[in-house]
Design a protein around this ligand. Structure first.
Ligand SMILES: [Zn+2]
Length: 88
């Protein structure tokens, strides 16, 4: 579990953070409230980025423009990495 105060990672069996000695509620998971709208927005932004990067890659290949499709590929990879993961 990770301390809310200092971000220190420690064993879940401990009830307080050994780094800053703050008291922490025994809830192991502190849900970060993300509003559905935000998730939707990030989702659509991700989709738009993927489509945009694919268009860049396609047009780069079509026009035999190396820079364009590399640029598209970079955006594509970055989008995949940043894409919001499903909460468990
Ligand atoms: Zn701490």
């Amino acid at each position: 579990m990770i301390c809310n105060e200092c971000g220190f990672e420690f064993q879940t069996s401990l009830r307080y953070c050994p780094n800053c000695k703050c008291n922490i509620k025994t809830e192991s998971k502190t849900p970060v409230e993300v509003t559905p709208n935000r998730i939707k927005l990030r989702f659509y932004f991700g989709i738009a980025s993927i489509i945009g990067s694919l268009v860049l890659i396609a047009s780069g290949i079509y026009y035999d423009d190396f820079i364009t499709w590399i640029f598209g590929a970079i955006i594509f990879v970055l989008t995949i990495i940043q894409f919001p993961k499903q909460k468990k």
